[in-house]
Design a protein around this ligand. Structure first.
Ligand code: PXP
Length: 398
């Protein structure tokens, strides 16, 4: 996918963030399922767009955006070329600036709207044909912009922190310290976007009291990780966390070892998802980076998948790690294209996180052990901030 953005515009009073616009345009191509096409965007002034408006549309004066589909001109044989190009979108920054003042909208949001509008024209939408066409185009614009706002193209990767290991230390002495509820508050104050806890059947670390209190105190997002068993499902339905992540659970394992085998448990998992949906709780399925599992998760109505990063983190050498990384990148793209929201986690540390965090399709990372381990030496606040710095830096890689 290539978005070619050129700026033919000189402005004293404004700065145009071409990287931001390019990322938003790439995300729009992905949303419109045309990520394998190229798109050219040209930002000009009123004078230049007036000339184009006059020359190609015989209309006088400036306009906000013009779209020229590839091969849509007089030489129609161009459209027969085996080239995946959508065409050109030309935007007048002068007009966008006036409109951003009129609609009280930040300039880059206005420019994003104009790119969306121009792109839909290139894809065949035309609001000038009829009222029904105008409504269809407006609805699509709205839908795309809503998706864009919640996507990674707008925000850096979120960091959700798993505080189970704080509870593990507490349980080692059977007392009340350290308290995972206090840990969650420190993580949030340091900038975490969510808290994850795994309420296991055997209550080896997180206990019911923790989840109850966290439900009351977590201000960002409480993600309850759980096996799909009757007792824990009832607790989730009662406490209503912000979301649940279904994981396979074996009593003997030290930590969750593999992803859920969604493909062979579709019926049972679909039932659990349905119960959660009725209670307003979105469900994530923790899956290995495997196309069968991602497809199955989509088929049974999961909102999210969390892609297991364990094999990537534990790879024996650089070659194997590269292979695992490519598999994760491909699966994340596939899940995203299917309409799933994509998280990732397990085993990520201060060395392995950056590349995963730089993937545009992954919205959030769930990290526990590495942060809690570092916290023993640096304090929890610093350990969270160190990880956030990696995520922030990874955001610049894109
Ligand atoms: N995601 C899931 C589904 C997990 O089970 C765990 C481990 O509790 C994590 C993420 C975090 O893994 P780690 O503690 O290795 O960072």
């Amino acid at each position: 996918m290539t978005v070619d953005l050129s700026i033919h515009y000189h402005c004293q009073d404004c700065r145009i963030n071409s990287r931001l616009l390019q990322r938003r345009a790439s995300a729009l191509l992905r949303e419109c399922r045309v990520a394998d096409h190229g798109l050219s965007i040209l930002l000009v002034d009123d004078q230049e767009i007036s000339w184009l408006n006059d020359h190609y549309r015989h209309k006088s004066g400036p306009t906000n955006v013009l779209s020229f589909p590839f091969g849509g001109g007089a030489d129609s044989s161009l459209s027969l070329l085996p080239i995946r190009e959508l065409g050109d979108i030309i935007i007048s920054v002068d007009t966008a600036l006036r409109e951003s003042k009129e609609f009280k909208q930040p300039l880059h949001d206005r420019l994003t709207w104009l790119i969306t509008h121009g792109l839909l024209h290139l894809l065949g939408y035309d609001h000038e044909l009829s009222e029904a066409d105008a409504i269809a185009m407006q609805d699509k614009e709205q839908q795309l912009l809503t998706r864009l706002l919640s996507s990674r193209s707008i925000a850096m990767t979120h960091l959700a922190i798993n505080v189970d290991h704080i509870a593990t230390i507490r349980q080692a002495r059977g007392g009340v310290q350290p308290d995972p509820v206090a840990a969650a508050a420190i993580c949030e104050m340091a900038g975490a976007a969510g808290i994850v806890v795994h309420l296991r059947e055997d209550r080896r670390h997180i206990i019911d009291r923790d989840v109850r209190l966290l439900r009351e105190t977590v201000k960002t997002k409480l993600n309850l990780e759980m096996g799909a068993n009757k007792e824990i499902i009832a607790i989730a339905l009662d406490l209503k966390p912000d979301m649940v992540t279904l994981v396979p659970e074996k009593r003997q394992e030290l930590t969750t070892e593999g992803g859920l085998d969604v493909a062979s448990q579709k019926k049972m998992l679909a039932k659990t998802i349905d119960k959660m949906r009725k209670a307003g709780i979105p469900v994530s399925l923790f899956v290995d980076p495997d196309t069968r599992q991602v497809k199955a998760a989509h088929e049974i109505g999961a909102t999210f998948v969390e892609i297991h990063t364990g094999r990537y983190c534990n790879a024996a050498d650089a070659k194997a790690r590269e292979q695992e990384f490519q598999t994760i990148a491909t699966m994340a793209e596939e899940a995203y294209q299917a309409g799933l929201r994509v998280y990732a986690g397990h085993g990520l540390d201060y060395q392995t996180t950056a590349r995963i965090a730089a993937l545009d399709t992954i919205e959030e990372l769930s990290i526990g052990h590495a942060i809690i381990a570092r916290a023993a030496f640096t304090g929890l606040d610093q350990a969270v901030r160190d990880m956030l710095a990696i995520l922030r830096e990874a955001d610049r890689i894109n």
